[in-house]
Write a protein of this length. Structure first.
Length: 318
């Protein structure tokens, strides 16, 4: 364990942990959980640990179980708030469903199921005026017209709808304030979102983006529920913080509002995140949002040789 890892493990209050690949971030997260449970006497259910993917969640859970077992600590990890944002939001909504507008028999759908639902109703989306200004069915390549499959078109629709939802944008407000902008494309996006919402309500299903939006609405509308969760969840850790969007940032800000024991882990250098649509804005604005917070860098790499690191840093710099 190096000095930076030790500082991250022992940190209290808002902490940003800058960690690239191979710097031992997962080890640090696990050791921090061990420290909180064994030394700080924090109950497992008072810890929230958020990962970016289900695969990362399973890996982290397996490694954490192994470390705690070797330390002689018996913990039911199901008591912890551990998993992806949508997994944790689903857990919160299930507990407080009577306070939401969700139907009792709603169906939680994954990305494929969401896209298939749009596919079944693509003709209805295509009937939106000026729809092809936003969702193209073909493009020119070297003078040839290349068709875009209906399935790919549905993928684009879902990407737009999810993005608007995660930014907490309201279609009615979009139409009223800027519907005519970008050659009317904002109007099309708003109508797409309204059509999608109607299909969602008629089918009694809820996608990953809406899980997060409904949870944010719940915590924003019922201070007593927020207070209960704030008292229950005393320590929050977020992995891959550079990938968080607006609704996730707001959710974390609410939940961490009481104790401010927030530790976020991210990489502020990797240009690869641009391909995932990440802006890393939440990392860049961390010190502004948390003036009393700490920034710790894990710079010792345990995976790559110095030659590889120098080459990688050179590519990133250019």
């Amino acid at each position: 364990m190096n000095d930076s890892q030790k500082a991250a493990i022992l940190s209290e209050g808002p902490t940003l942990l800058i960690a690239g690949p191979g710097t031992g971030k997962t080890y640090t997260i696990i050791q921090r959980v061990l420290y909180l449970i064994r030394e700080k006497r924090v109950k497992p259910e008072e810890i929230m640990l958020v990962t970016y993917t289900q695969k990362a969640s399973k890996e982290l859970t397996t490694r954490l179980t192994d470390v705690l077992s070797k330390a002689g600590i018996e913990v039911n990890l199901h008591e912890m708030y551990i998993g992806t944002f949508h997994h944790i939001c689903r857990k919160i909504l299930k507990e407080f469903q009577e306070y939401t507008h969700l139907p009792k028999n709603y169906l939680s759908v994954d990305q494929f199921e969401q896209q298939y639902m749009v596919y079944e109703h693509l003709s209805e989306f295509a009937a939106i005026p000026n729809f092809r200004r936003v969702i193209q069915d073909s493009y020119l390549k070297q003078g040839k017209l290349i068709g875009i499959s209906p399935w790919r078109q549905c993928q684009t629709i879902c990407r737009y709808v999810n993005g608007l939802s995660e930014e907490l944008l309201l279609p009615e407000e979009m139409r009223r304030t800027c519907g005519n902008l970008l050659g009317g494309r904002i109007e099309v996006l708003a109508r797409m979102m309204m059509k999608y919402t109607r299909l969602e309500e008629e089918g009694h299903f809820i996608d990953f983006s809406r899980l997060q939006k409904e949870t944010y609405a719940l915590l924003s509308s019922y201070p007593e529920i927020l207070d209960r969760l704030q008292k229950r969840i005393r320590y929050i850790m977020i992995d891959e913080y550079q990938d968080t969007n607006t609704v996730q940032f707001k959710l974390v800000s609410l939940l961490a509002g009481k104790y401010q024991n927030l530790c976020v882990v991210g990489d502020d250098d990797q240009s690869i995140y641009k391909f995932r649509g990440a802006t890393i804005e939440n990392i860049l604005s961390f010190e502004e949002n948390y003036p009393d917070g700490k920034v710790i860098r894990l710079e010792q790499n345990y995976r790559s040789t110095q030659t590889i690191l120098d080459a990688a840093n050179g590519v990133i710099a250019h």
